[in-house]
Write a protein that binds this ligand. Structure first.
Ligand SMILES: [Zn+2]
Length: 195
């Protein structure tokens, strides 16, 4: 099983449809949420279900075509036994990174909205996130390493920013191709993939 930033590559039946690169809704700045009502709670629930069904570790509302500041994040326990942050679900309304520290670290990310691609992105290793739960109660989360990376990736989505925007050198973006015989996932540079 492969997990990247918000992007699982195993797509199964999801509750909500995930829109992909090229859809202008992914590029809009999202509006702050003002009403903490039943509709919001239902949307959050559906997003959690969709994230899990697609083996994602995070999902932002614009990825399901909703122009609002809501994200869901969860690192699964399976495969991340050493990460104390795994197995915890975060649903954050109007999230903001209020503090990001440390020297940026480069690592691979993918995105449910850019299926089949991964690329190396530099992110802060620790981040403090502030926001609200679906009932309007204030939240403050201290995240590090992978979780901090996911939060930075998801919050970017709310401003129409995608992980590929952070990739300056084309060779850092790669395409994932499944070997038809072994079923193994292989990487190839995008330049070769286009040739
Ligand atoms: Zn994403």
């Amino acid at each position: 099983m492969v997990y990247f930033a918000d992007g699982g590559i195993l797509v199964s039946m999801a509750k909500l449809e995930i829109i992909t690169l090229g859809d202008p809704r992914l590029r809009k700045k999202c509006k702050p949420i003002k009403r903490f009502d039943k509709r919001l709670q239902q949307l959050a629930e559906d997003m959690v279900e969709t994230m899990r069904a697609t083996s994602g570790v995070g999902l932002a509302a614009p990825q399901v075509g909703i122009n609002e500041r809501l994200i869901v994040v969860e690192i699964p326990t399976e495969g991340f036994e050493d990460d104390p942050q795994a197995g915890k679900l975060f649903v954050v309304v109007n999230p903001e990174v209020i503090r990001a520290r440390g020297e940026k670290v480069a690592d691979d990310e993918g995105c449910l909205s850019i299926p089949g691609y991964i690329g190396e992105v530099e992110r802060y290793p620790t981040a403090t996130i502030k926001g609200f739960d679906v009932h309007g109660r204030p939240l403050r989360i201290k995240a590090f390493d992978y979780l901090a990376r996911i939060f930075q990736h998801e919050i970017d989505h709310l401003d129409g920013v995608l992980f590929i925007d952070h990739i300056s050198e084309p060779q850092k973006l790669r395409r994932l191709v499944q070997d038809p015989e072994t079923g193994e996932w292989l990487e190839e540079p995008v330049v070769a993939a286009l040739a």
